[in-house]
Ligand binder design. Sequence first.
Ligand code: DGJ
Length: 753
Amino acid sequence: MIEYRNNIFALHGDGFTCLLRVNRYGLLEQLHFGEPVSAEDADAFLLKQGLGWGTSVLLDDSDSESCPDTMALAWSGSGRGDYRQSPLETGNVTDFRYADHQILDGIVPMASPLPQAKGAAQSLVIRMTQPGAELYLHFSVFGGVLTRRTVLKNTGGSPITLHKIMSFLMDLPGDYKMTTFNGGWIAEMRKNTLPVRQSQVVNESVTGFSSHRHNPGFLLSELDATEDAGRVYGFNLIYSGNHYAAAQRSLQGLTRVMQGISPANFIALLQPGECFETPEAVMAFSDAGFGGLSSKMHRFVNECIVPKYWQYRPRPVLYNDWEGCMFDFDQQRLLGLAKDAKALGCELFVLDDGWFGNRNDDRAGLGDYAVNAKKLPHGLAGLAKKINDLGMEFGLWFEPESVNIDSDLYRAHPDWALTDEFEPLLSRHQLLLDLTKAEVRDYIVENVTATLDSANITYVKWDMNRHSIALGSKAHDYILGLYDVLRRIFEPRPHILLENCASGGNRFDLGVLCFGPQVWCSDDTDPIERLTIQENLSYLYPQSTFGAHVSASPHAQTLRTTPLCTRGNVSFFGCLGYELDLKHLLKLEKEEIIEQIAFYKQYRKVFQFGAFHRLKNGWQVSDGPIVLAGIFRKLLNAAPGYETLRVKGLEPNKRYCFCSHPQKLRIGQFGSLVKHVAPINLNPNGIVLRTADRLITLPDGYQECCVSGSALMAGIRLLPCFRGTGYDKNQRTLTDFGSELYIIEEESTCENA
Ligand code: DGJ
């Protein structure tokens, strides 16, 4: 609900209130953003300026409270007495004052191709003016989340040059830590936390894309906030291009936070009468710690960001041929893999890179769409039909934004590639196409849609494998071009499951999630790396958006060897897929995968859409009476101590059935210990033991009990771990990189009760 009375705006959402005041100078003050409060209490949030501060520039020399530099503001100008960072730079002084406002049901649609949040909302638009320009501050309340964006209109007679315009600005009283998520290829989402002091903390991407270097989402938390308690703010941007966020604490103890398009190389010329609109920023507050904040963000993404068709719609278990085949395939090999994938339980077969043009490695073919007839003599339609006949859906990879110099497209239209007066700089042997050009966008839309309509294709992996060059000030227009293309292709085909990808997680953002509900988190599918990547994504994105695949071990990117159960257990907490050469699997591995997929399907809804919680030693998802908890181990310590599983969010007085998800141990895991228990002296490197390892498994410790919700939330003790004193079936033989899953179900619904 949004109210306005006596110059006070109160925006109430689920679990928060945002209080704004138009002060006597027409500046917009940020009185409060946090716990739900009443508009009647607005006075309690006024800052007590007293006699003011030294070296202040005052709007009214007789009023010590008129210093813009020490006000808590929701917008500010530049060159007019507020010396903190400004949200707007035009090369001139800016000083917008309140003019009027509008409160409306729903949202105000974007005028440009920028995506925006959708769903039940109420909006407030505050108009502020200065000579020759109008500024519209848009606020929308979506359940537990507030969004903001800014529109600048040139109402004067000469052009305005925009160098910087933020989507929002907010001053919050108090001390905070800023958490950002940084990284690079195969090392996405490293969590980085810094105290916010008087020097700015900045989170910015200048690669042309939202980037794996600096995800646009970030957190501000009070110093004592924990996973389950304390005040935490989360911010994100519905945008896939260069972004910028900064936090800075003033001497007076106000933390200024802002986010928007990166000002680096940004310039927009607004002719008289023209408007510029920023991407929409997203913000949420929780007084229940990081976990509380994440659950608000998850709900918002599931309900207001991903396309309506895919909201809470189960995602198929997929098989992707990339890591198994790379470019080396033909129809026969693909169909062999598809048959195997089907037998394991996969529901969707995805043909990745290499199906078109002369693309037999990554040096040629990007930009072309003619199907490679040598590899696929019956075309995509023929292959899709055969895969459909096996009882699977068919999905296809594209990389439409790029071009290889060795391609028919480049030979025909070299000027369509993004270049400048300097020598072109290749990355993965490719250039980007200039999506600011209408003819380039039309070419992509025509070719992708013709391909999609030529066969029964129900899934698309949209890849993009380089950082930009030669974009300069066109970076924003490129992203608008991308959104135009995505909208034209996918809005008329809502049933196609679009998974965005950019060398893994180089474009994991709310912008692309508005067009397709999944993003490939990382080319790093090593489950131990994924513990970091998926856990850190979970601060701001729900697990339904994570493409999570089981791949081969040792892993291609880390050479780490991990148990198949851990590869499965980690991928379960996302949209499960398999991406390895199935021909090389042992029989016992196939049996394990069959069991994994059947288990995942049984609990798919809980894994994909259940409430996600980060636990001390793992993750939990829950949906009504069912809770699934995973425990993950990195490195084993000798003689591990007692371990407790403490789950969250149960009904204290209800009774629950608790049991382990049964797992098997490979004999080879015991190495030379086997010879001590076998009747004959076996060589641990000999053929007998190597063969036994491929055929025989031992059950791992299995635990079950019936217990109250309060006991489970207090923490129940788990079976003992392997301590070097021998195998026991009542023990958990968790080695390095081991993991376990527990199923907890209300007794009233549990079949085994
Ligand atoms: C990069 C992606 O992240 C991979 O999953 C794969 O699709 C390759 N591109 C194909 O070239």
